[in-house]
Design a protein around this ligand. Structure first.
Ligand SMILES: Cc1ncc(COP(=O)(O)OP(=O)(O)O)c(N)n1
Ligand code: 3NM
Ligand code: MG
Length: 207
């Protein structure tokens, strides 16, 4: 198993980290404490800001030898030479794979669906993401999912990402259900000290 395929997966949030300095400081704290992947997720629609911040995060991730994933935007991922996360209406995995190449990390949202998982695996996804498993402050309206899906999709032999309302109290149950990667926004960046949050979560994952 490659290093990025197991552990914590931190997602940024433009409300929790509204300016460049805060974003970089807090992401650096998370990277330094030990995360497997970082996703740049910014829904502001401000293209200039997105380009600038994504480039700054790429330099930071290179320093920590941690892959950066861009949410939604295949063109930005291509310009930076980094990974991509695609939801159900964010574009074609096949097209993204052709553009980004065989080595790129391309993740796919599968919600609670075996059918979406099978389709995404067939189209060349690098990991499959399921959720939301718990009430989420970041995305309260994301469709709910049952932890049982994680065992059902083991046969695709791809890293399984769990997302949605995960924190230090429920991470153990989520890993026990079969998650390889635990994706969080609030569980890391909702804390005053994201580095301490990452260390606590990593400890809880090992229990
Ligand atoms: C790791 C991971 N899993 C799921 C999502 C959700 O993607 P999507 O359904 O496209 O929703 P938005 O994040 O774009 O609002 C994700 N970003 N990352
Ligand atoms: C971006 C996202 N996607 C979800 C899904 O279920 O697809 S849940 C979610 C938000 C995750 O943030 P938090 O850790 O704060 O709940
Ligand atoms: Mg999306």
């Amino acid at each position: 198993m490659t290093q990025w395929q197991q552990g914590l997966y931190a997602l940024t949030d433009e409300h929790l980290m509204p300016d460049d300095a805060t974003l970089i400081d807090r992401c650096e704290a998370a990277l330094d404490a030990g995360i497997a992947l970082l996703q740049y997720r910014d829904k502001s629609g401000d293209e200039g800001k997105r380009e600038r911040q994504a480039r700054a995060l790429k330099a930071l991730c290179d320093h920590y030898d941690t892959p950066l994933i861009i949410n939604d935007d295949a063109a930005l991922a291509w310009r930076l030479g980094v990974g991509l996360h695609l939801g159900r209406s964010d574009g074609s995995i096949v097209r993204a794979r052709k553009a980004l190449g065989p080595e790129a990390i391309i993740g796919a949202t599968c919600q609670d669906s075996l059918e979406f998982a099978e389709q995404s695996a067939g189209e060349g996804a690098s990991y499959l993401a399921f959720g939301r498993f718990y009430p989420s402050r970041t995305k309260p309206d994301a469709p709910p999912a049952d932890l049982a899906i994680l065992a059902q999709v083991a046969r695709f032999n791809l890293p399984r990402v769990a997302i949605g309302g995960i924190d230090a109290d429920n991470i153990d149950a989520t890993v026990s259900a079969g998650a390889d990667l635990i994706a969080l926004v609030h569980g890391i960046f909702g804390h005053d000290d994201p580095g301490a949050a990452v260390r606590r979560l990593n400890q809880a994952m090992k229990r």
